[in-house]
Design a protein around this ligand. Structure first.
Ligand code: MG
Length: 207
């Protein structure tokens, strides 16, 4: 599918169109170098763009989510969506929506869902990655865990991409900004232009 066709699919998510286009372009640049991985699949909106980017070069996207919804998506919280509750269990279950998205976009051959917490998936991970996209839980603990568990798997020349970076605390939660700044302070990453709240860093070659 073209980017514009992907954008028109009825998929729930929290990403502006210009951020989605940037994510797609970063995916196209990275995917020929190796597998991509995202943390925070939700209903599959970002997997559309990264997955299609991977598919075009015969690559693969691993997409990690426990699919029980993040803290702010639980009943009574600001981002709760009653449609996502499985009536059989009363629990949020976004995996059904994620699968539907992959089917809609014909991406089942390019996207591998990993249904667990990112820290569990990381325990035995050994595959170098061309791109890691952090868009999971937005508590400081969750975001920092994702950064600590996954950023070290990005190859030299590969990309670390972080969503929902707000430099004004009044505009949004600060955990993604915190990990973005941790990465910058490490000296391992070169800063690329930001698009909206989407930050992108390229792993420097070893000195
Ligand atoms: Mg996000």
């Amino acid at each position: 599918m073209t980017f514009d066709e992907l954008l028109r699919l009825p998929v729930k998510g929290f990403m502006e169109d210009h951020e989605a286009r940037r994510l797609f372009e970063l995916g196209l640049a990275a995917a020929p170098l190796g597998p991509c991985l995202e943390i925070g699949s939700y209903c599959g909106k970002s997997a559309l763009f990264l997955g299609e980017a991977c598919r075009r070069s015969g690559g693969i996207l691993f997409s990690i989510d426990h699919h029980r919804g993040s803290e702010e998506q639980q009943p009574g919280e600001a981002y709760h969506d009653p449609e996502l509750v499985d009536p059989a269990t009363g629990l949020v279950d976004t995996f059904r929506f994620f699968r539907r998205t992959l089917d809609l976009a014909d991406l089942t051959g390019a996207v591998v869902p990993i249904v667990t917490q990112s820290r569990v998936a990381a325990r035995a991970w050994a595959t170098p990655l061309s791109l890691v996209f952090i868009d999971g839980g937005h508590t400081f603990e969750a975001a920092e865990t994702d950064y600590v568990c996954w950023s070290g798997h990005v190859k030299q020349g590969g990309l670390l991409v972080i969503h929902d970076i707000f430099f004004d605390p009044a505009a949004g939660g600060q955990a993604p900004r915190h990990v973005y700044e941790l990465a910058l302070a490490s000296g391992l990453w070169e800063e690329l232009p930001m698009t909206g709240t989407l930050g992108a860093l390229r792993r420097r070659p070893a000195a």
